[in-house]
Ligand binder design. Structure first.
Ligand SMILES: [Zn+2]
Length: 378
């Protein structure tokens, strides 16, 4: 009987030691940050040319009704200069945001020595994740190209298109079909993509019932129309469709996804000093941000990072040189250049892991942090 009770006591002591030990290890893990929820999906959203003043003007235009971007949980700032210029272009900035390397203006996915470096999207694809890009300029334009291709000159768009064959994106959506079926080399890339299992679509309604598999949606030969020329809800709708397809593909046999979405035409409107057009493009991009933030709410493990490649137009809100009546707010504004500027741009982060994007960053830091969170090689 005595032996028996000593046995029970030893067992009880063992249980207590295991419980206390387990709690201590959990506590240490939490302290070390090992218990952070895992980021499995990233939506990387780039407003081309979108500076803080562009967002501020859009806020004023809707009487400070908050934009979706303002739901951000963490906010940061990003330095945009390129390897050879204080003022970057979209090629060098896209390369920095995609690969984590600064390069010279005009170069795509390569360092100034022309050496290629994989983008975060390519690393995600190689790790078995589902990936995609959604834009409103041609899919061969600088920003999407930086996530797909490696060329020393952004204008080699026929060559950039070949990377949509040598890579295997689950979805790519945007303008620029002429680089696929009206090529200088007379090849028809749509035939090749079809052979590889892609659904080729020319409007969102073509893929209404498509919810998985590989999709190339290219409604226009060149850029898509601007918002004021009737583009409609392409960007938010394409973003939602891409998220649906990537989710299902990732569910089937993959390990999460990476999607890049660009508000491509903010830049063009700012180059042209078209304030109303620019506001319409910001609102459209913001509608896509809302789709992404809502998706993150419904799918824990999703990180959304919204930023810009650079500011365009040197836009400033002043008591200035031209009056623009924004719904009776009598706002004055000025554009100070027809080109880009060298100021920092905002970062809005939302969802799992968003706390890593509070602070001042180099544009090259962003993909490195994202790779680390996804467990990909930096
Ligand atoms: Zn530009």
């Amino acid at each position: 009987m005595k032996r028996c009770s000593r046995g029970w006591r030893t067992l009880l002591e063992c249980v207590v030691v295991i419980l206390v030990g387990g709690l201590a290890i959990r506590g240490i893990n939490r302290w070390l940050g090992d218990e952070e929820p895992r980021v499995e999906r990233i939506i990387y959203m780039i407003g081309d040319g979108m500076g803080v003043a562009h967002i501020s003007v859009a806020q004023i235009a809707q009487d400070y009704k908050p934009l979706a971007m303002e739901r951000a949980e963490y906010v940061g700032l990003c330095k945009t200069y390129s390897a050879n210029n204080r003022i970057t272009d979209s090629a060098a900035a896209g390369t920095a945001l995609a690969t984590g390397y600064k390069t010279n203006n005009g170069m795509i996915g390569v360092t100034p020595d022309s050496l290629p470096h994989p983008s975060i999207r390519e690393k995600a694809e190689r790790a078995g994740m589902a990936t995609g890009v959604v834009v409103t300029y041609p899919v061969t334009n600088a920003t999407p190209a930086a996530f797909v291709a490696h060329v020393d000159n952004r204008h080699k768009e026929d060559e950039i298109a070949t990377y949509y064959l040598s890579n295997e994106l689950d979805v790519f959506m945007g303008g620029g079909s002429k680089r696929f079926d009206q090529r200088a080399d007379s090849l028809n890339f749509f035939d090749t993509l079809r052979e590889r299992g892609y659904t080729i679509a020319y409007s969102i309604s073509d893929i209404e019932n498509v919810s998985e598999g590989k999709v190339a949606l290219l409604p226009t030969e060149d850029s898509m129309p601007s918002m004021l020329s009737g583009r409609g809800d392409f960007l938010p709708e394409a973003t939602a469709k891409a998220l649906e397809i990537l989710s299902n593909n990732a569910k089937a046999d993959r390990t999460g996804f990476f999607l890049m979405v660009e508000g491509s035409q903010i830049d063009g409107k700012a180059h042209g000093h078209d304030l109303e057009g620019m506001i319409a493009e910001i609102r459209d991009f913001d509608a896509a941000v809302e789709v992404a933030f809502d998706y993150a709410d419904e799918h824990p493990g999703t990180l959304v990072v919204v930023t810009a490649d650079h500011e365009t137009g040197g836009l400033t809100i002043v008591n200035g040189n031209r009056r623009f009546d924004l719904h009776d707010h009598q706002v004055d504004y000025a554009w100070t250049t027809g080109g880009h500027t060298g100021g920092m741009v905002p970062i809005f982060a939302y969802g799992t892991g968003s706390e890593h994007f509070s602070g001042v960053f180099e544009n090259t830091d962003l993909p490195k942090i994202m790779c680390r969170l996804l467990g990909l090689e930096e």
